[in-house]
Write a protein that binds this ligand. Structure first.
Ligand SMILES: [Fe+2]
Ligand SMILES: [Fe+2]
Length: 293
């Protein structure tokens, strides 16, 4: 939502003033973590490596597609939200790059998903800017649902290496905080429903092969099939009837609704809960913010 500002005496400026603070976190990534940081499962761990590899190029694409229209944003609230969105995504990309570098040194080749997604995004970059922004709103819908699923699915979280989990929790929470920003900019430039619906097959056509190729490559390189039941178990956790990704995919069609808006799926209570857990007075990441002041 863009909000109104005509009567606001002091217009908002930065993302923090509108609830989208780019938090200057810097994760102490554990280099003594087990190789398979999710449930001692190689298949699942490599899926997370693919996701992490996708984030830096993906988030740069999101930012650029919004930045293209930044000059058209005159509302001070939306301007501040855009600033917060760009700031948050920049820090996400930086921290995931650090994680990817660590995985790379451990022999999990995150350059493969990075390259695969960069190739996929180069195809999307050939589309008109408004279609690119529509694709961003679709992918932001996905990342918001991903974040919501992680923050609500305690059972899923309980199987992850706790120190590695921290970064994913912070990222998930911030995805919810800024989930409406790209969409509100898209509304500003017209929000053509046909273009928005078209984002679905366009993104799927370039992203699904990129995921399948890089995940498959890492699984083969890791010889994951040699671990009894690893592939079946990892695939089940993600794509089983009550799997992590299955639950997200069920909510994806919300995006096609005529009256869709990310804020209509209200996650404010969940955001508040995790803002407190992570960055409240006794929050598990509060020390990272203090360290910077
Ligand atoms: Fe992000
Ligand atoms: Fe995002």
């Amino acid at each position: 939502m863009t909000g109104t500002s005509a009567s606001t005496p002091k217009p908002p400026k930065g993302g923090a003033s509108v609830g989208i603070p780019p938090r200057p976190v810097h994760f102490a990534l554990p280099d003594d973590a087990p190789r398979y940081v999710y449930d001692d499962n190689a298949t699942m761990t490599l899926f997370l490596a693919v996701l992490s590899g996708f984030f830096p190029p993906g988030e740069r694409f999101f930012v650029e597609s919004v930045r293209h229209y930044r000059d058209q944003v005159t509302d001070p609230v939306l301007k501040a939200q855009v600033a917060g969105f760009i700031g948050q995504e920049a820090i996400h990309a930086r921290e995931h790059e650090r994680l990817n570098d660590l995985l790379q040194t451990q022999g999990i080749n995150t350059r493969v998903p990075e390259l695969a997604v960069a190739t996929a995004l180069r195809l999307l970059e050939k589309l008109p800017p408004s279609q690119q922004l529509a694709c961003t709103t679709f992918m932001e819908h996905f990342t918001a649902l991903l974040g919501e699923q992680l923050l609500t699915d305690e059972r899923f979280r309980s199987r992850a290496e706790p120190r590695m989990l921290q970064m994913w929790l912070w990222h998930a929470m911030e995805e919810l905080e800024h989930k409406s920003v790209a969409y509100d900019v898209y509304e500003l430039i017209g929000n053509r429903r046909r273009e928005r619906i078209l984002a679905f097959p366009l993104v799927a056509t370039v992203m699904i092969p990129a995921i399948a190729f890089s995940w498959g490559y890492l699984i083969i390189k890791e010889r994951a099939w040699r671990r009894p039941g690893d592939l079946a178990r990892g695939a089940g956790i993600l794509f089983g009837r009550r799997g992590f990704v299955t639950r997200i995919l069920r909510k994806m069609p919300l995006f096609a609704r005529r009256d869709f808006h990310p804020a209509k799926h209200d996650t404010r209570a969940l955001e508040a809960e995790w803002q407190q857990k992570l960055f409240g007075n006794d929050g598990s990441m509060q020390h990272m913010l203090k360290a910077r002041h």
